[in-house]
Design a protein around this ligand. Structure first.
Ligand code: UTP
Length: 418
């Protein structure tokens, strides 16, 4: 049986007859490409994901408790010095790497192109998000006398654009030998009846599988082996769109080392008890980020004896891991969350349909779902005004306007402190 026949067989088995028909409509050279795509899809897994969209989510018995954290601003000078020294050693020994997750679609921002290529209107001339990240890392390189290997995760969709953009801008002065792009995994989109969508290129429409795919993609793309060869011991993973993200915070690193944690994260305190952010907690004895939708209202408002919110440490995608921790979670299956999104497709008559309403399921895993594979993790509370200025929405909260203000104010304060 040749690959086209094998592909058709699988499609029939999983009720995807419209794709079987597609083979007859496309030229021969494309048929082989389509067959290869079909043979790469895990249909069993996909049909399970689809079945899950029809099931009521059963909430397992769970015990939610606050997680312990340290507040960076409240550390004594001696403590801070101890942590900083421990962290500094790792950077000075060249044992630290940074991963930027840049595989998202950035649908809310609506920028045509990878989010990292968005120019934030700061200081008149403006700065690209990738430029801001590069500057942050170059500053750390200067401080610790080593170049941090920088791994950028892209998606199939935006990889070439990201590469071209970085080339054109000479990697914003970052040593080219220390920047590696790798592509994250994808999963097919399904319509509400569980049918695969067809793209304009007459292929099965797929989309990146969420930032939880980072771990498995680091392994599959060979980045993990590359890190090992370079002698990396600690890996920072962060998003592409927080212009105040500190990717080489020696205090955070030092806390993790001192307390012998394999995983650590920086948090900022919730703006108010009902802010729509995920917060760190302990669930059934394991660290976890609980979504605001899942945190009971009473708990969201609870304060401790110091008057602090018990569940106030928001997750800002500022994560740190030992290489062993990444190894471990790169082979663990993470749960998938379902989002209903608008996706255009080609219908049976070969016409493109651009839906007005969400029409398809996108399956995504979240990076923080891996925390529960550990007994504990270090949480260091940073300061919102120093650590968090996300560019998420086109307008309003967490938009270019708010990020610009926060970024400029932060750098003004740094100048004043010199
Ligand atoms: P978000 O969840 O904010 O998604 O990603 P997004 O794609 O940037 O924006 P929307 O939701 O479509 O508007 C948080 C971080 O995770 C990365 C993003 O690039 C961002 O840095 N991410 C997200 C990936 O790398 N891959 C994914 O599949 C999803």
């Amino acid at each position: 049986m040749n690959e086209i026949e094998r592909a058709k067989g699988i499609l029939k088995e999983y009720n995807q007859d419209h794709i079987v028909k597609l083979f007859d409509k496309i030229e021969e050279s494309k048929q082989s490409e389509l067959a290869k795509q079909v043979l790469n899809i895990d249909f069993h897994n996909l049909s399970e994901l689809y079945d899950n969209t029809k099931k009521k989510i059963e909430i397992k018995e769970r015990e939610i408790k606050p997680i312990e954290y340290l507040d960076k601003a409240k550390l004594s000078a001696t403590e801070k010095q101890k942590y900083d020294e421990l962290g500094k050693q790792v950077l000075e020994n060249g044992q630290y790497a940074v991963v930027t997750m840049a595989g998202g679609q950035g649908t809310r921002l609506g920028h045509p192109g990878p989010k990292g290529t968005f120019k934030l209107d700061v200081y008149g001339k403006g700065k690209y998000l990738f430029e801001i990240l590069a500057e942050n890392l170059k500053e750390a390189n200067k401080k610790y006398g080593k170049i941090i290997p920088w791994y950028i995760m892209t998606s199939k969709e935006n990889n070439q654009m990201t590469k071209d953009f970085l080339e054109k801008n000479n990697y914003f002065g970052y040593d080219r030998n220390y920047v590696t792009l790798f592509i994250q995994g994808e999963l097919p989109l399904l319509d509400k009846n569980g049918k695969l969508l067809i793209s304009k290129e007459m292929k099965i429409k797929e989309a990146s599988d969420g930032n939880g795919g980072t771990y498995a993609s680091l392994r599959a793309s060979g980045m993990l082996s590359d890190m090992k060869e370079r002698g990396i011991k600690w890996i920072f993973i962060g998003g592409v769109d927080n212009v105040l993200l500190k990717m080489a915070d020696v205090t955070l690193l030092g806390v993790a080392i001192d307390k012998k944690y394999q995983v650590a994260a920086k948090s900022v305190v919730k703006a108010n008890p009902h802010e729509k952010v995920g917060v760190f907690c302990k669930m059934n004895g394991h660290p976890k980020v609980i979504e605001y939708t899942e945190l009971p209202e009473k708990m969201a408002e609870e304060v401790d004896n110091k008057g602090e919110l018990k569940f106030g440490e928001s997750n800002i995608l500022c994560h740190l891991y030992t290489i062993e921790a990444i190894e471990k979670v790169s082979v663990e299956p993470l749960m998938y969350h379902t989002a209903i999104k608008k996706n255009s497709y080609i219908d049976e008559n070969g016409k493109e349909v651009i839906p007005d309403e969400p029409n398809s399921y996108k399956f995504e895993s979240f990076i923080f779902d891996a925390f529960e594979f550990f007994d504990d993790m270090a949480i260091l509370r940073g300061k919102r005004e120093d650590d968090f200025a996300p560019v998420k929405n086109k307008e309003g909260a967490d938009s270019p306007k708010t990020a610009k203000e926060l970024y400029e104010k932060y750098w003004e304060r740094q100048q004043e402190n010199l």
